[in-house]
Design a protein around this ligand. Structure first.
Ligand code: ADP
Ligand code: MG
Length: 267
């Protein structure tokens, strides 16, 4: 059965500052959506609000999953319902190994008695091979001392193991070299299918050449101001975000963002 995440008129902010200003978006499983937009437009805020980050306050609108109020749920309840957030900046968790972390997370999602540990380890090893990660990572503390690229691979490894219905990926591609980007894209494409939907937040068309999106949205000042097919990412790269600012009649911002080229200077 297809699942549906529906965001309507969402307004939210942090520390009294309004960031999301009436955002509408609907994602079904089976679809990959890309979310682009200049720095500070509220992309990470949207990701955090969807996952229930306690620092953000929702002041208007709604989010529902299959018609059920989603905002009333705690972050762990949201995760158990199959929403996954791949962090822009994954946190290091000293004392918790990768192997134990994933095992516990899977057990919580399938609470039917004990798990077959041998089968789990086999699955984990296969997924790590697929993500081109050294098996020694199983016994390392989650993200501790991992390089930027290793942290991002770890996020996708979690996705492969947990098989969420929806993944929100906040700039998973930022800072990746070409090889790591390829592996990350391969991981997401492996999940692609009827039972999986994703919101890929990115600045760069690069990743969207490998994970071809069904829809592309442009966020600007807390709202989605433009949506289209994969060709929108190409046009955006050509014209830059000042194009959006101009369309929005925002002369000050157009001057400012014209210096920020889209899709070049990837770190
Ligand atoms: P994006 O991910 O699109 O770059 P963010 O959602 O991170 O945008 O930020 C949107 C706006 O919210 C920015 O102006 C940012 O400075 C502000 N913001 C984010 N986090 C905080 C915070 N903890 N306190 C105050 N302002 C914040
Ligand atoms: Mg961000």
């Amino acid at each position: 059965m297809r699942r549906k995440l529906t965001i309507q008129g969402l307004e939210a902010g942090i520390e009294g500052k309004t960031i999301l200003r009436g955002l509408d978006l609907e994602i079904s499983t089976g679809e990959i959506h890309a979310l682009m937009g200049p720095n500070g437009s509220g992309k990470s805020t949207l990701a955090n609000v969807l996952m229930g980050h306690p620092s953000y306050a929702v002041t208007g609108g709604s989010v529902s999953l299959d018609g059920r109020d989603f905002l009333a749920l705690s972050p762990n309840e949201r995760a158990l319902l199959g929403i996954f957030l791949a962090f822009q900046y994954p946190v290091e968790i000293p004392g918790v190994t990768v192997g134990k972390f994933l095992k516990r997370a899977i057990e919580l999602r399938v609470p039917t008695g004990g798990m077959n540990v041998t089968a789990y380890v086999k699955r984990l090893r296969e997924a790590m091979d697929f993500m081109e990660m050294d098996q020694a990572f199983i016994n390392r503390y989650l993200n501790q001392g991992f390089s930027g690229g290793e942290k991002k691979r770890m996020e996708v490894l979690q996705m492969i193991m947990l098989e969420p219905s929806f993944a929100i990926m906040d700039e998973t591609d930022s800072g990746l070299d070409i090889d790591a980007l390829k592996v990350v894209a391969r991981g997401v494409n492996r999940l692609r299918g009827e039972g999986f939907g994703a919101l890929i937040i990115t600045h760069y068309r690069r990743i969207l050449e490998q994970i071809v999106p069904d829809k592309v949205h442009v966020m600007y000042k807390g709202r989605i101001v433009m949506s289209g097919g994969k060709e929108l990412a190409v046009e955006l790269e050509k014209r830059g975000y000042d194009w959006i600012a101009e369309i929005e009649g925002d002369r000050e911002a157009a001057k400012e963002t014209s210096r920020v080229a889209v899709g070049v200077g990837a770190s």
